[in-house]
Design a protein around this ligand. Structure first.
Ligand code: GLA
Length: 381
């Protein structure tokens, strides 16, 4: 049974009628451009096949009644009495999106819904953005406002920043909103311009889950943001996006070693994303792979957001002759890596990787060969 069939059947069982709509919004994997989005820089994510689905029907009374099949819980809230959460639960993502949309002047209706998803939570594949965009799409279906990816992503990011208290950038929400089948998206996180970029012919993107999850990610993430902001201030720049390699080299020794290393990562990573675009447009998998390898080294040594498990899985991948390059993906400290692999050899790559990672780390890897999927959409009717 697909997830779509599952939410449809469970909606029928819970509400005694067929749903009026079914929506989905995907998770994402980032090919290159890590910890650059909140520096107004460049990222190159793709939306993945794993997604959150909601089957729903409109209500006339401004109430949202939602059932999470994965959490085995039902929750209800009124759109005119939203309360900011102290310890956010899944239903606060729905409430947060409703709050952010209403703040922006959207007039919302309520709904009955059944939710389920297969983006693993806490793995760095943006299950929270998938839930937020699915919620936004659900409100869109019943409330009849205009849908556009950028304003929806901004509203969902505001929900995350201001309602849920997570200080993320725009990447995850925007790729979940705007993903394109078989394409990565180059996102300029300042202008929010998007460019669809094809993957090199004969390659596949493989997600390598270390099966490790780290706590304290939020506090370390916020600390990195502050270090980047301090570095930008030192250069008199609005963001590290505005500091190029030459300007950085001229004054880098004025910075303390940690701030210098953080800035060096962001500035070099922005350049790598633009070089990655050029390589992809030239169908040059070798160069793209080398840029991914360099990105990982920079995240490991300069930005210090990798982990022993991530380093082990990335080293295993990079030692494989059928892998062009691999790196950690997402915020880091655990979760997933991403590899660009020769399509014809992806299955044997996965087999070797499992064995290599097991002997290096003692953990079992979860490996998924993925295709770029569409962003948030209505799949029924
Ligand atoms: C998390 C955040 C994103 C981005 C990445 C790191 O996924 O939600 O906004 O900052 O980390 O690139």
């Amino acid at each position: 049974m697909t997830l779509q069939q599952k939410v449809q059947a469970q909606f029928q069982a819970a509400f005694g009628a067929a749903p009026a709509f079914i929506v989905r919004a995907p998770g994402r994997v980032n090919l290159i451009g890590e910890h650059t989005d909140y520096n107004d820089g460049f990222v190159m994510p793709l939306a993945i096949a794993r997604a959150t689905y909601i089957a729903l029907r409109p209500r006339a009374d401004g109430i949202v009644k939602a059932i999470s099949l994965d959490m085995r819980q039902r929750r209800a809230f009124a759109l005119d009495a939203l309360q900011p959460p102290t310890a956010p639960a899944w239903s606060d993502y729905l409430g947060g999106v409703a709050w952010a949309l209403q703040e922006r002047g959207y007039v919302l209706k309520g709904w009955d819904g059944v939710i389920s998803g297969d983006v693993p939570i806490g793995s760095g594949l943006s299950s929270s953005a998938a839930l937020e965009l699915a919620a936004a799409r659900a409100f869109y279906c019943v409330s009849n406002f205009e849908w556009a990816a950028v304003p929806m992503a901004l509203a969902c990011q505001a929900a995350e920043n201001e309602w849920l208290g997570v200080n993320c950038g725009i990447m995850d929400q925007l790729i979940s909103a705007a993903g394109i089948e078989d394409r990565a998206l180059l996102i300029d996180c300042r202008s929010l311009e998007l460019q669809a970029v094809p993957l090199p012919a004969g390659t596949v993107v493989v997600i390598l889950d270390t099966n490790t999850r780290r706590g304290l990610v939020d506090s370390k993430y916020n600390e990195r943001r502050q270090q980047c902001e301090a570095a930008a201030r030192h250069f008199g720049a609005a963001a590290l996006r505005d500091v190029d390699a030459g300007a950085f080299a001229a004054r880098a020794q004025e910075l303390d070693p940690i701030t210098r290393a953080r800035a060096r990562h962001v500035i070099s990573e922005n350049a790598r994303v633009l070089n990655a675009r050029a390589a992809m447009l030239a169908n040059d998998a070798e160069t793209l792979g080398k840029l991914m390898i360099a990105s990982h080294i920079s995240l490991r040594d300069d930005f210090e957001v990798s982990s022993p498990a991530l380093d082990a899985i990335v080293d295993c991948a990079n030692d494989d002759p059928n892998c062009f390059g691999a790196r950690m993906t997402g915020a880091g400290f655990g979760g997933c890596a991403v590899a660009l692999v020769r399509a014809a050899a992806a299955d044997s790559f996965a087999e070797r990787l499992r064995a290599c990672y097991r002997s290096a780390s003692g953990h079992e890897a979860a490996i998924a060969i993925t295709r770029a999927s569409r962003g948030a959409e209505t799949v029924f009717p």
